[in-house]
Design a protein. Structure first.
Length: 144
């Protein structure tokens, strides 16, 4: 669960209120600003330790993609991304990816999985889990 925003916006999209760099949806704290940019050391462990679930921060940009940190515990909502794939890598904890038409995938530390575009899914974390996500810079973190 993405496009950086050039400026503030208060438009509403599917229950999501956007502010310059934060998307507030329920208890999700989704920060769209590129926190570290390029040519910067990123201490992912320290960044994750400083936040509680549900936290999502764009760490850096790589070409036309963004690398995000997620600190999660509990269930995210069902969603899909119409035009882009989404990659998940578990650093700590356990990530379950549920699908409408196939078996749930369980990821443990150092395991990754790509969800193709247009596939309806939701993520769940039975314990506090730290993940890295890679997706296109223009994708909505909460889905289309």
């Amino acid at each position: 669960m993405s496009a950086p925003h050039a400026g503030p916006s208060n438009r509403h999209v599917a229950g999501v209120r956007r502010c310059a760099t934060v998307v507030a949806m329920g208890d999700y704290d989704i920060r769209l600003d590129d926190k570290f940019g390029q040519l910067a050391l990123i201490d992912v462990g320290a960044e994750a330790a400083a936040h509680e679930p549900w936290f999502n921060q764009t760490l850096t940009s790589v070409n036309d993609a963004v690398v995000r940190l997620g600190v999660i515990h509990g269930d995210f909502h069902w969603h899909k991304h119409d035009d882009t794939d989404e990659f998940f890598l578990v650093l700590e904890g356990e990530l379950l990816i549920d699908f409408e038409d196939r078996e749930t995938v369980a990821l443990r530390p150092h395991q990754g999985y790509t969800v193709p575009k247009r596939v309806v899914h939701r993520t769940r974390a039975p314990v506090r889990t730290t993940i890295v996500m890679v997706e296109a810079a223009g994708v909505e973190p909460t889905g289309d």
